[in-house]
Design a protein around this ligand. Sequence first.
Ligand code: ADP
Ligand code: MG
Length: 414
Amino acid sequence: MSSIRSVADLSVTEQRVFVRVDFNVPLSEQKGELTVADDARIVAALPTIKHLIERGAKVVLGSHLGRPKGKSKDTSLLPVAARLAELLAPLVKEVKLTDEPIGDGARKVVADLRPGEVALLENLRWNSGEEKNDEAFAQKLASYADVYVNDAFGTAHRAHASTAGMIKFFADDKKGAGFLMLREIEYLGKLRSGARRPFVVVIGGAKVSDKIGVLESFVRMADAILIGGAMANTFLKAQGKELGKSKVEDDKLNVAKSFLRGAELAKVDVLLPVDVVVAESPDAKTSQTVSADAIPKDRMALDIGPQTVKNYAGRITSAQTVFWNGPMGMFERPLFAAGTKEVAQALTRCSGTTVVGGGDSVAAINEAGVGDKISHVSTGGGASLELLEGQELPGIAALKQTGAAAATTGGSAS
Ligand code: ADP
Ligand code: MG
């Protein structure tokens, strides 16, 4: 961590500064036009961008959006550029969007930038070189900047041209992390070492297979692990319970059993639902609460029940540290959202450090309107889980000071 330089410690005045941001935001269509449906990720990058503008840097932003197979109108960053310009006003007059991620148009926009101005390169994934971490593409991007900053924690677990490949072209004193990235590393790093006890982990969501890695690493760190969501079904079945029509990963029953045995040996409390909300189908108009021991054959478990909520809330409110990933039920349907909402509320009553990561869990926190009562809401789903598992994220590793000279881009673009 100490081997990563903060953007605050880079000299950026009148320099072209490339900032890898995570503007992969949801879009929605309004009167035939695409607009940003949720600007949280753009807002999260503002401290770094404003810092650079105020220091008189020439700011060159790069991001991906969606999973384009090439250039396409529906994956253009145009709505993002518009929203960013609104958020940055009156600090800047406009955000100049290039026509392509690289090429003559992009080169000219960057060359014409004056100190304090902001350009946004078009969707980096329009060029297949981005995800392939292609050398020529990385070198081209690097030629647009004197200084490299990464503030895209959400993509730090991917070794792409803009998150990894291009960084070798920058010397130690020309590369660093943005404020968002530093905050993510600080909060998530503290969970791995130095979390105050009791440390309670709440894991839910769709699949055991997505999260077994992080569950296993929490056995070494946490005092209690509270399991909800569809993933709890697999654990309940592993304990011999009947799950009716519930979603269960039958091929993960042994993984679940050996996790429960390992947690017992490590003396970590694992809490599973004692009651669940069941219905005939996710589309049902009515639901019932039943004991986890008495799930009817023709019903499926779609949320944790009120007694389980009470058990979990008790552990959460008395903890010194809480990490939450994954909703407790099919929270997209109001009938099955109570468990997730109650867990979100319990986090706000905890006086310790609370951290939430994961796309759907963060959405649930925002829907409940309690984001500002959580110590840290992570912008990275997969990235936060990989970091907590102890994996080295390529986007973070590449920022570390190397002591070696930078590779040369073979001439500047401006
Ligand atoms: P996150 O994005 O926070 O990591 P996941 O993607 O793992 O969370 O899981 C979220 C999905 O899990 C949601 O779409 C939710 O509807 C689904 N889910 C949660 N509980 C259940 C359940 N009991 N049955 C079916 N689906 C569930
Ligand atoms: Mg998800």
